[in-house]
Design a protein around this ligand. Structure first.
Ligand SMILES: Cc1ncc(COP(=O)(O)O)c(C=O)c1O
Length: 456
């Protein structure tokens, strides 16, 4: 610990400047560019969140359209408030049986470009999430070529795919498939310190100067050198020839063991077909267990794993638990997980299995009408009203039900009675709704009516 603290230095001679690097940081970023297959790489000290903000600021000005998958991270929605661009949403393919969202299809993207053309709007960029939390990738090669036919760069939130460049068993990284920009949470799936990420740029469609300017605006002028050094170390570690051999063996063993569980309902891989709509490939290091036949929701299994067995899943939904393996994953961890799941299966009572009603995945609703742009909604005054008075008002919260993990309504959109009923049904059925200040969903934040005209 003491030695880590002694490296918590600042911009001393020889340590270079993140905002305009010419020395050690420049060299480390160049090594990263070569390892990740980019023309230029920037180190980020405020996570992929800052990278998404920068990517949108660098590509979409006020009034431009941003075509984005509706299941993008919260950072994409706040980036629109920063830049003043406005959205054209593309719905991801939704697996209604499992209540989760996958990738987006080439047809859905083409149709978004047609909408933009019909409204004579300039598309600054397209933003997608790939892979999803569940390790599912979209057909990036096709999506990139559609973007390029329309003169727009493809930005990929590859937060969960920073390892893709380092083993032939992984899906190919989006940059290698034609994406212009990727943003990766090096701290999630590689071994850098929390909060450290990377932004990669390839090709000529976005100017590197615009990225540097955006990042100078968004990042601290006193970045942590511990975070920066950890990014360089994570890159070097990922490049070692055997970093992913044991994690891949562990993942293969986990798939085999979890499939053999007496109560197992199988893995996501058994429920979906690679090559089908919105499912191009699945990351072998992401394992999604379907929990139906354990007679418990994914949330309950996740909770038991954590409390009784010290196993932390990456996330859970009503019907699944997602496990993320990484460079440190070993066979022993997989055995610990399988033993825990076996014990959970044995303890889940038969009667419970027969009688328990698992929450039903909710069918997707159509997109609500946008009443205010994300930027107008961000600056508008808000008030909290009881649910019965919220219907017909403009929402001030980003409310995302799980299932299916796709925002039902975002700030500036109409909050309808149907959306309120759907959110309350998801919560009552054992699902989760994120983004609500009142998590009982008895009241909602909405935009003060008479300030509509004054918003900027
Ligand atoms: C898909 C996705 N994108 C972006 C982010 C934000 O990444 P960071 O935590 O590195 O800022 C997350 C975080 O969970 C994420 O899951």
């Amino acid at each position: 610990m003491a030695s880590a603290l002694s490296h918590d230095l600042t911009e001393l001679p020889g340590l270079d400047y993140l905002s305009s690097p010419t020395g050690a940081i420049k060299e480390a970023q160049e090594l990263a560019a070569s390892a990740f297959g980019s023309d230029a790489t920037w180190f980020l000290v405020n996570g992929t969140t800052a990278g998404i903000h920068a990517a949108i600021l660098a590509t979409c000005g006020p009034g431009d359209a941003l075509i984005l998958a509706r299941n993008c991270h919260l950072a994409a929605f706040s980036a629109m408030a920063l830049s003043g661009c406005t959205p054209i949403y593309v719905m991801p393919v939704q697996d209604e049986g499992l209540g989760i969202a996958h990738g987006i299809t080439p047809d859905a993207l083409r149709s978004a470009f047609s909408d933009a053309a019909r409204e004579y709007r300039h598309v600054g960029a397209v933003l997608l999430v790939c892979p999803t939390y569940f390790g599912v990738t979209s057909d990036i090669a096709q999506l990139a070529s559609i973007c390029h036919e329309h003169g727009a760069p493809l930005l990929v939130d590859e937060a969960h795919g920073a390892h893709f460049a380092f083993h032939a068993s992984f899906p190919q990284p989006a940059l290698a498939l034609g994406a212009d920009v990727t943003i990766q949470s090096t701290h999630k799936v590689l071994s850098s310190l929390g909060q450290s990420s990377m932004l990669h740029l390839k090709g000529h469609r976005v100017s590197p100067e615009r990225f540097s300017r955006a990042l100078q605006t968004l990042q601290s002028s006193s970045p942590s050198y511990l975070l920066l050094a950890s990014l360089d170390a994570a890159r070097a570690h990922a490049q070692l020839h055997d970093t992913f051999n044991e994690p891949l063996e562990a993942a293969a063993a986990a798939r085999q063991l979890l499939r053999q569980l007496p109560t197992g309902s199988g893995l996501l891989d058994d429920h979906i077909l690679t090559g089908s709509d919105g499912v191009h490939e699945i990351d072998p290091l992401r394992i999604t267990l379907v929990t139906d036949s354990l007679g418990m929701s994914g949330f309950e299994v996740d909770d038991l794993l954590q409390r009784s067995f010290g196993v932390c899943a990456e996330m859970s939904t009503d019907k699944t638990v997602v496990f993320a393996l990484g460079p440190g994953s070993r066979l022993a961890h997989v055995h610990q997980l399988a033993t825990a799941l076996e014990a959970i299966g044995e303890n889940s009572s038969k009667s419970r299995q027969e009688h328990m009603q698992l929450p039903v995945a909710t069918a997707p609703l159509s997109l609500p009408r946008m009443q205010l742009t994300p930027r107008q909604a961000f600056f508008a005054q808000t008030e909290r009203v009881p649910a019965r008075e919220a219907s017909g008002r403009t929402c001030a919260e980003l409310l995302c039900p799980y299932p299916p993990g796709v925002p039902a309504v975002v700030p500036g959109e109409l909050l309808s009675a149907e959306v309120i009923a759907m959110l309350q049904a998801v919560a009552a059925g054992g699902g989760k709704v994120t983004g609500a200040a009142d998590d009982s969903l008895q009241s909602f934040a909405v935009i003060v009516k008479d300030l509509f005209d004054e918003t900027t």
